[in-house]
Design a protein around this ligand. Structure first.
Ligand code: KIV
Ligand code: NA
Length: 276
């Protein structure tokens, strides 16, 4: 498989080939995912919750994203790396927005950025694209709006909200975003949007008619379990494996059966004699 780019994303939609995306926050995981053939790695601000232990994503900073983008980019050869723009990094001014996204590209080595919202942030999206920074949109249940939504609740259930999400998708496409994440909306609404757009949609909690899917790696591997949304399928239960390994380690250290000679280093006898 060759390198994934914004153009190969468009090709995949044209060819009806689904796009695979997962979050990654560190070198080792990025390497595993890249070698498995994932199309795209998202350094999501979900790192605030699953890596840093915050209650939501609002406290994540541009520096946090850059720090983790660097690690992910070192582990990845072929994946398209998407750096998430955190809360307040694209809300204050166009100048700020370009500087922050530019740093995620220049220092973090991401190929593009993702940001939440449609009409409300459209001037920022346009400015980024003019600065030659590819932008992935993100609409529906946008976690940075948690305090406006009053929780992590499914969006687009009534006609007015659904229409607003459709309008935002069309507007984002019009100004040139290369792809849009649809999060936490009814499957049928995601299908309508996917059919209206020529750019690919990436779903999370948005049914199986999207052009691609994304999940948070810690959720789908069963590592993070503080909160598991309905749309997460657990493809592995790594937490159980970790727990097994940990109790064995603790037991063996306590009873002295680890480390064994094969885990230890030796020294020549004649040197050893002089040390006693
Ligand atoms: O931060 C994140 O992980 C995301 C995905 C859930 C789309 O934005
Ligand atoms: Na995010």
């Amino acid at each position: 498989m060759g390198k994934n780019t914004v153009r190969s994303f468009w090709e995949m939609k044209k060819n009806n080939e689904k796009i695979t995306m997962l979050t990654a926050y560190d070198y080792s995981t990025a390497k595993l995912l890249d070698e498995a053939g994932i199309n795209s790695l998202l350094v999501g601000d979900s790192l605030g919750m699953v890596v840093l232990g915050y209650e939501n994503t609002l406290q994540v900073t541009v520096d946090d994203i850059i720090h983790h983008c660097k690690a992910v980019s070192r582990g990845s050869q072929n994946s398209l790396i998407v750096g998430d723009m955190p809360f307040l990094s694209y809300h204050i001014s166009i100048e700020d927005t370009i500087r922050n996204a530019g740093r995620i590209i220049q220092e973090g080595n991401a190929h593009c950025v993702k940001l939440e919202g449609g009409k409300d942030v459209i001037d920022k999206v346009e400015a980024l694209i003019k600065a030659q920074i590819p932008v992935m949109g993100h609409i529906g249940l946008t976690p940075q709006s948690v305090n406006m939504f009053g929780g992590f609740t499914v969006q687009g259930k009534n006609e007015e909200d659904a229409q607003k999400i459709i309008d935002d998708a069309l507007l984002l496409e019009k100004v040139g975003v290369f792809s849009i994440v649809l999060e936490g909306i009814p499957a049928k609404l995601a299908e309508i949007i996917t059919n209206k757009l020529t750019i690919p949609t990436i779903g999370i909690g948005a049914g199986n008619k999207c052009d691609g899917q994304v999940l948070v790696i810690n959720d789908m591997l069963g590592i993070y379990s503080d909160f598991t949304p309905k749309f997460v399928k657990k493809y592995a239960n790594i937490k159980d494996e970790i727990n097994k390994g940990l109790s064995n380690y603790i037991e063996e250290v306590k009873n002295g059966s680890f480390p064994r000679p094969e885990h230890s280093f030796s020294i020549a006898d004649e040197i050893l004699e002089k040390l006693y």
